[in-house]
Design a protein around this ligand. Structure first.
Ligand code: SAM
Ligand code: DTB
Ligand code: SF4
Length: 376
């Protein structure tokens, strides 16, 4: 079961008056209705420290997220851009590298995934890679400017034993290289999360993927609460949480709104929020799906930035289908990380040279794109 919500540190009445005075300052809550059903509490980090706290608690209602999501595009991007500027540096785009350390043969039925054994996608099941090979890839990633290295395994869940021990060895090695070690291995128990933390893991990626409602149309072999439980184990172990999802799977706007509300209501909020555009892989049930339009994609990024001001919002899978201009709009709307390298886990990603050309056009010096934040 997900942990019970922590009690807010303010009475609702005093919070209401604080909110109204701070709302203008942050331009965030001017449309926010704090009455209504289906509301969640989220913590909004303050830009300027209040004498008694550095956080303001706010009720974010589903109505608020709905209004936000349907804000006229230019107003929404401008608002997201202000939130981005207040919390991050525009020109600081983190480069991360992905490596599939255990590819294919997965027993799950995620409708988007080329690694599910049951779909005929041409992805062959492979054994777990060995640590020296992984560390060589991590060293190359670092030499190319990556500050985060994410290791993915096509597992439903982690099983204790030789393979997990090898992954712990990889985590130790990547951490020793001075990189943020990230892993995405499927479901975890509390003690497995603890062992990953002890090995030095900086972040664990486990996506909610979409709304609770639409999730059941996409995945049948585990449920939404399984995902939330693993996220809680990661949080309890003191590892930073990387949690996001995929847009363009046929979900409605309302699904995206519910998904954003659930993400923003995680307490504390995820430090990292990957927003993937579906890569439609032939052979998967979603293989024929049309590409999401860039405006809806950027709209989702902008909402994530406004609702989770401190998070790294990651422009993740699907960049090959986005023009340079659409990617730039996503940066303006608050995305501040990309995966660098010509492959994601199993699908193609832009060539590094193409990314360097884009960075040059945007006037980004490679050194200015490096951020290493340590300690969870
Ligand atoms: N097996 C683990 C799990 O499911 O958590 C880790 C690997 S899984 C490939 C990591 C994430 O990649 C998924 O949660 C999903 O959000 C994303 N992903 C997988 N296939 C994708 C696709 N075709 N397009 C976009 N994102 C995808
Ligand atoms: C995430 O949300 N996106 C990345 C990372 N987390 C592990 C994975 C994208 C995978 C895209 C499909 C593939 O290449 O297999
Ligand atoms: Fe397996 Fe993860 Fe792919 Fe689902 S997303 S089929 S769990 S590798």
């Amino acid at each position: 079961m997900p942990a019970a919500k922590k009690a807010p540190r303010f009475e609702k009445t005093s919070m209401k008056s604080m909110l109204s005075s701070w709302a203008e300052q942050f331009s965030l809550w001017s449309n926010c209705s704090i009455q209504g059903d289906n509301r969640s509490i989220i913590r909004i980090p303050l830009r300027a420290k209040h004498p008694c706290t550095s956080y303001c608690y706010a009720f974010v209602t589903i109505q608020y997220v709905r209004e936000l999501y349907h804000t006229p595009f230019l107003t929404l991007v401008a608002q997201a851009s202000r939130v981005h500027e207040a919390n991050h540096t525009y020109n600081d785009i983190q480069r991360c590298t992905l490596l599939s350390v255990k590819t294919g043969g997965c027993p799950e039925d995620c409708a988007y995934c080329p690694q599910a054994a049951r779909y005929h996608t041409g992805v062959k099941a492979e054994k777990l890679m060995r640590t020296p090979e992984v560390l060589e890839a991590a060293r190359n990633a670092k030499a190319n400017g990556a500050t985060r290295f994410c290791m993915g395994a096509a597992w439903r869940e982690v099983r204790d034993g030789r393979d997990f021990d090898e992954v712990l060895e990889m985590v130790r090695g990547v951490t020793d290289l001075g990189l943020e070690a990230c892993a995405t291995l499927g479901m975890l128990t509390e003690s497995q999360a603890q062992r990953l933390k002890e090995a030095g893991l900086y972040a664990y990626n486990h996506n909610l993927d979409t709304s609770r409602n639409f999730y059941s149309e996409i995945i049948h072999t585990r449920d939404y609460d399984d995902r939330l439980n693993t996220i809680q184990h990661v949080r309890d172990a003191g590892i930073t949480v990387c949690c996001g999802g995929i847009v363009g799977m046929g979900e409605t706007d309302e699904d995206r709104i519910q998904f954003l509300l659930t993400l923003a209501s995680l307490d504390p909020q995820p430090e990292s929020v990957p927003i993937n555009a579906l890569v439609a892989v032939p052979g998967t049930p979603l293989g024929e799906r049309e590409q999401i339009d860039a405006f809806s994609f950027v709209r989702t990024i902008a909402c994530a930035r406004i609702l989770m001001p401190k998070a790294k919002v990651r422009l993740s899978a699907g960049r090959l289908s986005l023009s340079e201009e659409a990617q730039t709009l996503a940066f303006l709307a608050g995305a501040n990380s990309i995966f660098l390298g010509d492959k994601l886990l199993t699908t193609p990603n832009p060539e590094p040279d193409a990314d360097y050309r884009l960075f040059e056009k945007l006037g980004l010096e490679p050194s200015a794109m490096t951020t290493v934040e340590h300690s969870a």
